[in-house]
Design a protein around this ligand. Sequence first.
Ligand code: PLP
Length: 256
Amino acid sequence: MTAPIVLTIAGSDPSGGAGIQADLRAIAALGAHGLCAVTALTSQNSAGVHSVFVTPPEILASQLESILADTRPDAVKIGMLGGADQVEVVARSIQKYELTNVVLDPVLASTAGVPLLDLEGKSALIRALLSRCAVATPNLQEAQALTGIAIESEEDAARAGYALLYLGSPAALVTGGHFAEEPQDVLVTAGGAHTLRGERVHTRHTHGTGCLFSTALATHLAFGLDLREAAAHAKDFVARSLRNPVVIGKGRGYPS
Ligand code: PLP
């Protein structure tokens, strides 16, 4: 049996911690084969993001067309998108190639607060992408920004998850790594809300953790697991990676 194929549509992080570099690392570590379409060239290191050059939408469209006319991925992870035009390009590709197992990580800003998607891009993402993915994986800040619901508890996270379903997403996994106590994630589907509990790994080397999680989730879906199993495995994968950080630079390193 050949390894499943996972396509990541994401930005480049030259320091290796986040974006396509993290995604391809996770896909390979889990035994699948990675393809990538690059949405932006960021300049960043362990201390923060310095600049962002957004791939022209027609070049993103061309990358996707080259890949998808030739190969059918078993799952797709969508990470950083650089604007409404890119959102539309990705939505058209999903529709044209009837892509399934699409995991949408709605990246809006870096942890330090550098905006990575503007307001117009955010509304395009809600309008054109949420309903075309299998699951959206916002962290607490992203879930809050997409739904307007302030999240301070597991119940709030579930409410935000239901709001994302109302906005069109078939499922929402609100990741709770930023909760003060336990890092519980809340998976909401039409069948109800389910909390995935985990032990906190105490580390400051967390750069790109969200990228790793959404990609691990897509990869487990590509292997044929159902959403709940895939989410539990992705959570374990991230916890293991956080326990073995790559400590580089003067700022935050990243999970291996
Ligand atoms: N750079 C890229 C290309 C990303 O995709 C992301 C997040 O998804 C980030 C930076 C932000 O990483 P962090 O949240 O660790 O700052």
